[in-house]
Design a binder for this molecule. Structure first.
Ligand code: ADP
Length: 899
């Protein structure tokens, strides 16, 4: 039985906690067996024996039911009952029982978990103290011991508890050591497994590429021939399927590299113009074929040379552009590049890939970057993909220290924005550049030969017969004289006898690999090819190989499987010009003509927008580039766009004739459209809405913003021009290049410093709009009461009442609002009104001048959406109270002198 117990204890398949529970409880049971003889009475002995049986049963039961904490609690309670009983019957502190209390503490600390542990610990301490207290003050309750008995009992207990605790600790120590050893072993195994996995992926990729090379190469030869339509169709399908297989292999390889932390970011100097050329070369023709317009907007001020991981940047952008192509069936695809200087030597570059395709549903946006996740499966069923692309893109961007975000409106289109910071190598501005045209064939098209070079002599080195055959066939039309060899050694033999104009060299070959062979070639005594350009032609996947081959001295790099067109283009680029006769087609195939390159209209970093109910003068809105999303005004004659289709004066006239009118916030779709449009002008949009409890606008805008990562919606807590004030401050901050976070902080901070008290001339409109009950309106009318509406915590509240005729009302209101003139920021005041006569306005102005003159006073007509709620004759004095929030920003941005 003991053997079985030990087996259990060291069985790693059983949880550590369960094993500890067994060890510690087992030792406590041993302790009980030892205590038994100490009991004076049979009752005591029986109690201990019963407890032992109970404990054994509890252990069994709790392990079976996987409720160890429960079992341990039960046993702790048992011990807490048993030990005091034994304490008093065995002789109190003149016995060995105090030591057994120590064991109880140890039991609690090892077996219990969470709050229970702390609770029982405290209980045990209290119980021990209570036992001591009772034994001291009421000695008559304690069984008497002889001194001799006490001595032996105490000594035996010390030794027993000591031994048991030590055994317990030794066991636990052993358990921990074993666990430690096990986890070390497992870690090593995982590392080895990872290594094996990576090795597997790398070699699998290599091994699969070789046969795909043959499939694609020979398939291309079939396509070049004069073949029947159905055969051509099959061949094209084979071509498509092989390409997908290839992308999949590359993606899996990249993902495994990123996962194992082996993906290195290699920053090199690169020409920005060349990068864009290359990308456009790859995309434009596909777009054209699909009937899509391809647009390129490049900021002309981008430095001509930057330092970054050119290969990865290209990979990211091509991936995004390919997605845009895949998921767009009509319209356009736009690549925009914008840069922002961060200092002398650094720039922040924003790459935006925009399409007018199907977009992504709001609820799917959070998942599109997950590996293997394809959203909207129903719709995308016919679109090839694995769901790996964006996951790789996101991880690459993060590895480069950048950020990626997406804005998408379902059925309208998507914009993926990548931000990367890079060092400037050459500060010269790129300017408006024309693309270097490079002839590129497109796979779906009939093969067209680009040149002939019958005088040229090329050597191809590859250990695989099939690969050699494919290259030979792919270059056959060029009439180049071609020699092939199967190893590095044979290559070196040939180059001693024959001069070659170019060499195509496989990388991974047994005995001597391509790199070693190239090095030997360069220093070969008497070699005839010491200066011959050598192109690496390899199945060794990974887009970062380009760098490796460049560093080793290759003139170019082609990844297998290679298309005939690419192979020709590569050979063409290294062959001496005098040996080459270009075909007419190739000479004319300038692609630059097909692509329009516009200079980038400067996109703002942050744009502040709001709703039409902001009641800001148009010139201010223009000056600060504040765009507004129009509210609706619903009348008996229909629904109108606030201020665009229905002006306030016209509306008030209709209302005077007895027509009903009410305002309605823009719908979620309206906001979506609005944000999508604004994001073409700015990288980030901060939309400030009317007080959230006064209108649905805030919630609709918030819902719409979920489609865009770069839209932030803020509740101004106000309405009309007091909302306008908040917007104005935010917009001027944006103009000073404040960050999004700074603007958000300012808007939230300003809320409580904006004074927005409106006086309502007649409660009739409010009653009509359902804001107050009819009986209140009747009372107000009868008593000539005019409510003052204020905004508190984004809610409209009636903060006071003015009584009397119109002139009285104006006078009292103005005086009250401007009473605390010392605390008023006197720079800007808005007198925002609905249907006021010039006379009344002049009177208000006069009063303002008298009580608290302002530097700038804007007389602003309320928009129709506001006017329909407050009615004719209502107005408000809207200004800012003195505060540190705005002042510290204005000082920091140099807009205000520090006093
Ligand atoms: P794949 O395209 O292979 O499915 P990705 O990781 O590239 O995988 O994209 C994940 C998902 O994101 C796609 O399945 C698609 O639903 C969505 N998606 C990506 N780009 C776009 C886009 N430009 N327009 C619409 N949906 C897109």
């Amino acid at each position: 039985m003991l053997e079985k117990w030990f087996e259990f204890i060291f069985d790693h398949k059983i949880s550590l906690r369960e094993r500890m529970f067994r060890v510690v409880t087992g030792i406590c049971m041993l302790a009980l067996i030892f205590i038994m003889p100490m009991g004076r009475s049979w009752f005591n002995m029986l109690l201990l024996a019963a407890s032992l049986v109970t404990m054994a049963l509890v252990v069994r039961f709790s392990i079976k039911k996987e409720c160890i904490n429960g079992g341990a609690t039960f046993i702790t309670v048992l011990l807490l009952v048993l030990f005091p009983l034994s304490f008093f019957t065995a002789g109190g502190f003149y016995s060995g029982m105090p030591e057994w209390f120590v064991l109880c503490f140890v039991y609690i600390s090892i077996t219990l978990e969470g709050r229970r542990k702390a609770g029982f610990f405290l209980l045990c301490a209290l119980e021990t103290l209570s036992c001591y207290y009772v034994a001291f003050y009421y000695p008559e309750l304690v069984a008497k011991n002889t001194q001799r008995h006490s001595f032996f009992d105490s000594a035996a207990s010390v030794i027993m508890v000591g031994v048991l605790t030590s055994v317990m600790l030794m066991f636990l120590n052993k358990l921990y050591e074993e666990e430690n050893e096990l986890s070390k072993r497992q870690k090593k195994e995982i590392e080895e497994l990872n290594k094996a996995e990576n090795h597997f992926f790398a070699s699998m990729s290599h091994e699969i590429r070789t046969p795909i090379n043959t499939i694609i190469g020979l398939n291309e030869i079939i396509l070049r021939g004069d073949i029947p339509q159905d055969v051509a169709e099959n061949a094209r399908n084979i071509q498509g399927a092989s390409k997908i297989l290839l992308t999949l292999i590359n993606d899996i390889l990249d993902l495994s590299k990123i996962k194992s932390g082996k993906m290195e970011i290699v920053n090199v100097s690169y020409e920005t113009g060349a990068l864009f050329s290359e990308i456009v070369n790859m995309i434009w023709i596909k777009a054209k074929e699909k009937g899509l317009e391809f647009r390129l907007h490049v900021d002309s001020s981008i430095p001509s040379m930057l330092c970054g991981d050119e290969v990865r940047i290209k990979q990211v952008l091509i991936n995004l552009l390919n997605n845009a192509l895949k998921y767009t069936s009509e319209g356009s695809i736009t690549l925009s590049v914008r840069c922002e200087r961060l200092g002398l030597n650094r720039v922040r570059v924003w790459y935006a890939v925009e399409d007018t395709g199907q977009g992504v549903k709001k609820e799917n946006i959070p998942y599109i970057f997950n590996a293997f996740k394809r959203v909207d499966q129903e719709k995308n069923r016919r679109i090839e993909g694995t769901g790996l692309g964006l996951s790789i893109v996101q991880q690459l961007v993060e590895l480069m220290g950048g950020e990626i975000s997406v804005n998408s409106v379902y059925m309208k289109g998507s914009t993926f924005i990548v931000m990367l910071e890079q060092d400037i190598v050459d500060d010269k501005e790129l300017g408006t550049f024309t693309l270097a045209s490079r002839a590129r064939r497109h796979e779906g098209k009939q093969y067209q030969q680009s040149f002939e070079a019958p005088e040229a002599h090329i050597l191809v080195v590859d250990d695989n017969d099939m690969n050699l055959m494919v290259v030979r066939k792919l270059l056959s039309e060029t009439k180049i004289q071609l020699d092939t060899v199967l190893s590095g050694a044979e290559c070196l033999k040939m180059t001693q006898e024959q001069h070659y104009d170019a060499i195509l060299m496989d990388h991974l070959m047994p005995e001597m690999d391509g790199i070693q062979c190239l090095h030997r070639l360069r220093t070969q005594p008497g070699g005839l090819c010491q200066d011959t350009p050598v192109i690496a032609l390899t199945a060794n996947a990974g887009s970062d190989n380009q760098l490796l081959y460049k560093k080793e001295g290759f003139s170019g790099y082609l990844a297998k499987p290679v298309s005939g067109a690419l192979l020709e283009a590569a050979v063409l680029s290294v062959l001496p010009k005098e040996l080459v006769n270009l075909t007419e087609e190739a000479e004319q195939s300038e692609i630059g003509k097909d692509i329009l390159i516009f200079e980038q209209t400067q996109r703002l970093s942050v744009m502040v927008t709001t709703d039409s109910v902001c009641d800001l003068p148009e010139d201010l809105r223009k000056e600060f580039r504040i765009s507004v999303c129009p509210y609706y005004v619903c009348t008996d004659k229909g629904r109108f766009l606030d201020e665009v289709e229905l002006k306030a004066d016209e509306l008030l006239l209709h209302m005077a004739e007895g027509q009903n009118a009410r305002s309605e916030a823009p719908l979620v779709e309206d906001y979506e459209r609005f944000f999508a449009e604004k994001l073409t002008e700015a990288q980030n949009v901060i939309h400030i809405t009317m007080a959230k409890h006064a209108s649905q606008g805030y919630y609709n805008a918030l819902e719409a913003a979920k489609s865009f990562e770069n839209v932030t919606v803020l509740d101004s807590g106000h309405l009309s021009s007091s909302l306008g004030l908040s917007v104005l401050y935010a917009a001027s901050m944006a103009e000073q290049h404040a960050t999004k976070a700074e603007i958000v902080k300012l808007v939230n901070g300003l809320k409580r410093y904006i004074s927005s008290a409106f006086i309502i001339n007649s409660t009739h409109t409010m009653c009509q709009a359902g804001q107050i009950p009819k009986r209140i309106q009747v009372v107000c009318d009868a008593l000539l009461l005019h409510p003052v509406i204020e905004l508190k915590k984004s809610k409209m509240v009636v903060s006071g009442m003015e009584m009397g005729d119109f002139v009285h009302m104006i006078k009292h209101y103005v005086r009250k609002v401007l009473l605390d003139s010392r605390n008023i920021d006197r720079r800007i005041l808005f007198i925002t009104y609905a249907g006021l006569e010039d006379r009344s306005i002049a009177y208000i102005q006069k009063l303002v001048k008298q009580y608290c003159p302002f530097e700038r006073v804007y007389l602003q007509k309320a928009s129709s959406a506001i006017a329909c709620n407050c009615g004719s004759g209502s107005f408000g004095l809207l200004f800012m109270k003195k505060n540190d929030v705005a002042r510290s920003f204005l000082q920091a941005s140099g807009m205000e002198e520090e006093k």
